[in-house]
Design a protein around this ligand. Structure first.
Ligand SMILES: Cc1cc2nc3c(=O)[nH]c(=O)nc-3n(C[C@H](O)[C@H](O)[C@H](O)COP(=O)(O)O)c2cc1C
Length: 160
């Protein structure tokens, strides 16, 4: 395999940009992620790829659940706040207000237009990211008019 062709071909996959969160009791975690996709209608399954050595991977491993908060196309600045380690101050995560998700307690960022919570059903621990397959157990829409942010439009890459 030609490594350059592999990189370019894999980067041709289209992604959104999201904030993945989880809570294990009082311990909260959040990370900006693009490796998220739906995988089944019934039951409604999603899969996420989570950096194996990240704090978020540790917390999801213990809690067995997470939330995906979908950024809108004018919220890249909020997304950028989650490409670093998590700081909790009062009811804010990295400076952005959250509330606990009704089903799993995973933090929901109140500024973001779409969210869903999921419980892990299967875990693949191969390579440098852990793949969590999870069943969606709750979801909400705060602003149906919002257009989700596309990774490609940010000029950033995570893949290849
Ligand atoms: C554009 C971009 C996309 C990213 N996508 C992912 C991803 O899909 N999965 C992941 O685990 N980390 C991804 N990251 C890295 C995480 O944002 C970063 O590892 C995380 O903030 C680490 O925080 P933590 O150790 O507190 O969990 C991405 C980073 C960037 C800049």
């Amino acid at each position: 395999m030609d490594p350059q062709q592999k990189k370019v071909a894999l980067r041709a996959i289209n992604y959104g940009l999201h904030v993945l969160t989880s809570a294990d009791g009082d311990e909260l975690s959040a990370a900006g992620v693009n490796w998220v996709s739906q995988m089944s209608f019934e039951p409604p399954l999603v899969a996420v790829g989570v950096k194996a050595d990240s704090h978020t991977n540790e917390v999801i491993g213990r809690s067995g659940s997470f939330a995906v908060n979908v950024l809108s196309d004018d919220q890249l600045d909020i997304g950028k706040a989650f490409f670093r380690s998590t700081t909790v101050e009062g009811d804010t995560l990295n400076g952005h207000r959250f509330e606990p998700g009704p089903s799993t307690g995973s933090p929901l960022l109140v500024e973001l237009p779409y969210w869903f919570e999921a419980r892990v059903t299967d875990t693949v621990t191969r390579g440098d990211h852990t793949v969590y397959v999870a069943e969606v157990v709750d979801a909400g829409v705060r602003d149906e008019s919002a257009t989700p942010l596309l990774l490609r439009s940010t000029g950033m890459n995570y893949g290849g």
